[in-house]
Design a protein around this ligand. Sequence first.
Ligand code: TRP
Length: 451
Amino acid sequence: MAEVDATSRGSWNTKLGFVLAAAGSAVGLGNIWKFPNVVADNGGAAFILIYIICCFLIGFPVMIAELTIGRRTRKNPVGAFKALSRNKLFALIGAWGIICGVMILAFYNVVAGWTLSFILEEITYSLGFTHAAAFFANLKHGPENALFSILFMGATVSIIMGGISNGIEKATKTMMPILLGILIVMIGYVFTQNGSTEGLQHYLIPDFSKINAKLVFAAMGQAFFSLSLGMGAMITYGSYLNKKQNIPEAASYVVLFDFAVAFLAGLLIIPALFVAQAHGIQIYQKGSLVSSVGLVFQVLPTLFHSMSHWVSLIFGTTFFILLSMAALTSTISLLEVPVSYAIDEHGIPRKKAALLIAGGILVISIFISFDISWIDILASVFNNVGLPLGGLLICLFLGYFWKTENALLEMKEGYENVENSFFGKLWPIFVKYICPILIGIVFFQALEQLF
Ligand code: TRP
């Protein structure tokens, strides 16, 4: 019976398919848009070092926790908590996750829309249509933001309607290798340009004097968002995993992939910034690097425009295609969570659920399109506070109610020897003590900043 259920909900065809889908969820605007900026502003390689520690110390155990809950129950976040305990209150953890996901998708979709409009901006500019280019570059123009939000949500929903293996898996399996390829070729090109060495130094020479407690919390928060944790996205993706998969191994590939792309994005963008500086473009404002919106949507286009027409056309357009693909593999995961909830808990067919929910979220996106100051407000509530809260509750639930022994029993399928392994001894300590304490601190910090 369980097997029939599993197939009717859909499942990943291959292990690689799952890893790329989960890595696609992880790799997004957080990696390419935000990470390089945070690094450049916070001591370069020193931050990277702390970031990778956060990914493996906090992100990795929590990702395993989410995937295991998902595979065990084969349910969306709400259904998963309902299935694992009699106390219906726990389902609220899942519900909170879904709310966070919906709100994150609402504003993420607007930024994702910008990446589309900038593809057109680069094409029109390079071809000499500067008026059209200026139109596409205007991030504050409501109707245009709304239009691109609609287009982006359309792309997301069309993939989600295709289901797990035919929709998400196929799309991410195509896009992730292209994304990686584009990134590497672009890095190669930037390195041939004047000024890139200075950027490389800025990126890779650590400045340990910038490390302080606040920075460590920033790294933890960034790791959490980048790995798509705290709202049940990985519970949902885990629910489509078959019992042959080794969960900790698969999770380690996802974390590595996500880190690698963030690192490579920094290797592209920070040297590119200094190439821009060599072209006379201002990259510092009040002593620190320009903000992340300004960086990707102003400094880089200005740099592209200062190159020859053809280079600008190819390089600029490809860069924004890269960014939109990264965003798309992430919006897919954000939309899949509420859709899986509607399918499992309310019996709504996938296509109908996808259209209805995407339509509802789009209404919020359109509202945000006309007043983009909401992006910062929603991000500080739902990313910065909401995700750590969700992650904290997931750890506490797994550690103290469902129990790590039961989770390890689930992991045994696909990883026979897990209980006696070094990992199997260490993981429960992380889920029960280390992660809740550290994530708890991040949560309270973010809450304090909110008020
Ligand atoms: N991880 C993505 C990024 O780095 C964003 C994202 C997708 C996300 N799905 C998520 C964040 C679920 C939190 C939870 O851009």
